[in-house]
Design a binder for this molecule. Structure first.
Ligand SMILES: CSCCC(=O)C(=O)COP(=O)(O)O
Length: 334
């Protein structure tokens, strides 16, 4: 069983430090800037999380980190008991995106507004294309369900006979409501992926990935740990966000992508399906990292190892969630 060596994090966090906004990070919110400083401080002081040890230890987590409240728990760096030929580490890591590899603010302040602002133009410009026809069919069937279930904001979409303009107007109204409600449904996510593709390919959008994630990708790549993504965003959107990042094309580090076609991220059977797809002997050979407690619980119930990602801007965690947490991937002990 492996643990992180206790490290004097508190003394580093509260050391005097000259705060100067990084000029090259225009998409960063204040919270992300604090996170940037936090990472930089750690690097600056050559923080060494220490070797993997076979003893047990704990990290006393600070209650306030640079003004951001975190859960005041003692993180028992719990064992990852998976064994493989390389040692007692997971063979596979599956990562959520929003709030885990990427700031939530990038999704809510950049991606979602881009989709909302461009949905009409996208539908008008691509109406007769196969991808868009598929998207519209999926949306139609979702909207029919929504209307039957009384979902607020759903409006009927007329048949094609009503003409392109009317169909698009109704679709736009529905899609705007879906985005506002942050619905994690395949029909919306598929369409969003197609809209974002233009933005990424034209260099209007760049995927934001935390630097500690890139370091972990390199580490895992070197040690033979396979990395996968499981996000509500479509597989196309996932490839775009990691293909066009602030660190270049990171897809070389990724072995595969799972989206909502595997199932809802809050359902245990989705994680059973994923671990079976990965070809591991036991689900516990897979580590899943997410910021969403319900996803962590579902994955745990499927037998996966789980860590909750605590990033600036993430929703607060409930007390007694019972999972290990990390603030950066540097803390993941392999
Ligand atoms: C693939 S990037 C877009 C992310 C997205 O659309 C989303 O809803 C975030 O979902 P996640 O499951 O990564 O939290």
């Amino acid at each position: 069983m492996f643990v992180l060596s206790p490290t004097p994090i508190r003394s580093i966090l509260f050391s005097p430090f000259s705060h100067k906004s990084p000029k090259c990070a225009p998409l960063f919110t204040k919270a992300e800037y604090h996170h940037y400083i936090f990472d930089a401080t750690i690097k600056h002081t050559h923080l060494n999380l220490g070797p993997l040890t076979r003893s047990y230890g704990s990290i006393q987590k600070s209650k306030r980190i640079l003004g951001l409240r975190t859960t005041n728990t003692t993180l028992k760096a719990r064992a990852l008991t998976i064994k493989n030929e390389a040692g007692n580490t997971p063979r596979c890591v599956v990562l959520d995106i929003e709030g885990t590899t990427t700031p939530i603010s990038f999704v809510t302040d950049v991606l979602f507004p881009y989709a909302r602002d461009n949905v009409r133009m996208h539908l008008e410009g691509t109406y007769d294309m196969t991808d868009t026809k598929d998207d519209i069919n999926l949306l139609r069937s979702q909207i029919e369900d929504d209307l039957q279930n009384g979902v607020v904001g759903a409006v009927p979409v007329p048949s094609d006979d009503a003409g392109k303009e009317e169909v698009i107007a109704a679709l736009v109204t529905n899609v705007e409501e879906m985005i506002k409600a942050d619905r994690k449904i395949t029909s919306l996510k598929q369409l969003q992926g197609h809209i974002w593709r233009t933005g990424f390919e034209k260099n209007v959008i760049k995927g934001v990935v935390y630097d500690d994630v890139v370091q972990a990708f390199e580490r895992w790549h070197a040690s033979g740990v396979k990395v996968y993504i499981y996000s509500s965003g479509s597989r196309l959107a996932q490839r775009l966000i990691f293909g066009y990042t602030n660190y270049g094309d990171l897809r070389k580090y990724l072995c595969g992508f799972f989206d909502t076609k595997v199932g809802n991220k809050r359902e245990t059977k989705s994680y059973v399906e994923i671990s079976e797809s990965l070809g591991v002997d036991k689900p516990s050979e897979v580590l899943f990292v997410t910021d969403v407690v319900q996803e962590a619980v579902a994955a745990k119930a499927a037998g996966l190892e789980v860590i909750i990602s605590v990033r600036p801007g993430n929703a607060p965690l409930p007390e007694n969630h019972g999972c290990d947490t990390v603030e950066t991937f540097t803390e993941i002990p392999f």
